[in-house]
Ligand binder design. Structure first.
Ligand code: SAM
Length: 315
């Protein structure tokens, strides 16, 4: 063991100091991230469940709020999932490389790093280099988005921020400890595959790309695969199968008529919630918009608090 940071980290690990650490929190800014909605989502958590599944984990706001002992997380974005794996396996090396990138940060360096996926050599980058690249780009790009073009190349311009926080040591180490000290399976595939073999009593939180409210607002943002109406239908069929199996299902989505129609059968309850979201394309204006939380009628952990604050209720 070489540096003081590594020594301190392993002492904290031994003392179990990372148990439910508040520092385990999203390490990337992610479109559709649920950080602002955690206190609302917490009111709809089931009383009891065995394994926690998050098939569209993104930056993991709900995963880290729960820090459940047994989890299966998944996302179709390979660069994102690679970052989770590197944080688990090589947190110190990752921090060192991110610090190096921070020192080199400039507009020119940004485009050099961004351009790596345009070069044939991208495949030869190590998982560590790919994870540092994504963290660096996410923290320095315009608006902190992950967006790629139809060839899968990252295409967000430089953000020109004065002092971007590229490395958050406490966050990376707490996430690493969480991933190592619990049984967390990290998968990178389609949402349906991530729940294969699921057992009765498990809890699944689905946070798919939202269905557009209108045909013109078809922002997809994450990767080149559009998540269209057929995908939303496929997800609903999966929710039905999980319901039949005795799993608890919670889903976030937009207040689109397709979503309301899909989940109109009596096995589900649709709850309207208010979310603070960017309401213009630049993201500078924020406003409250109605979104949906849909559950398959399990018992909530927090019924008392829910009643007390008068939240939710059937839409
Ligand atoms: C709304 S975001 C999830 C945000 C997350 N809850 C958070 O707090 O950051 C939706 C995620 O679904 C992923 N995704 C898109 N299509 C997918 C698919 N077919 N299977 C699994 N994940 C998919 C995207 O890469 C994106 O990370």
């Amino acid at each position: 063991m070489s540096n003081p940071q590594e020594k301190q980290h392993s002492t904290l690990l031994r003392k179990n100091a990372y148990r439910k650490s508040p520092f385990a929190q999203p390490f990337l800014k992610w479109a559709g991230g649920k950080r602002q909605l955690i206190s609302t989502i917490e009111q709809y958590l089931p009383t009891r469940f065995t394994t926690y599944y998050e098939p569209f984990v993104g930056a993991g706001a709900v995963l880290f709020a729960l820090q459940h002992k047994r989890c299966v997380i998944n996302d179709a974005n390979l660069e994102l999932i690679n970052s989770y794996r590197v944080i688990k396996e090589q947190p110190h090396e990752l921090l060192a490389l991110c610090k190096e990138y921070k020192q080199k940060n400039s507009k020119e360096f940004y485009y050099q790093v961004r351009g790596l996926d345009r070069a044939g050599s991208f495949k030869s980058l190590s998982p560590l280099e790919r994870a540092s690249r994504i963290i660096y780009l996410n923290k320095t790009c315009f608006n902190g988005l992950f967006r790629v073009n139809s060839s899968g190349q990252f295409n967000v311009p430089y953000g020109d921020y004065l002092n971007p926080r590229i490395v958050d040591e406490a966050v990376i180490l707490a996430i690493s400890a969480f991933l190592n000290q619990n049984e967390v399976k990290i998968l990178s595939g389609d949402f349906a595959d991530s729940v294969l073999g699921i057992r009765k009593g498990s809890f699944v939180y689905f946070d798919p790309p939202y269905h557009p409210i209108s045909d013109t607002s078809s922002f997809t943002g994450y990767d080149m695969n559009r998540f269209g109406a057929d995908e939303q239908r496929r997800l609903k069929e999966l929710c039905d199968k999980l319901t039949d199996k005795g799993c608890k299902v919670l889903l976030s989505n937009s207040n689109a008529s397709l979503i309301r129609e899909l989940y109109s059968d009596s096995r589900y309850e649709i709850v309207e919630i208010q979310a603070a979201r960017a309401i213009n394309s630049v993201g500078s204006k924020r406003g409250k918009i109605t979104e949906l939380l849909i559950h398959n009628r399990y018992e909530f952990k927090d019924v008392g608090r829910k009643k007390q604050f008068g939240m939710g209720g059937p839409a």
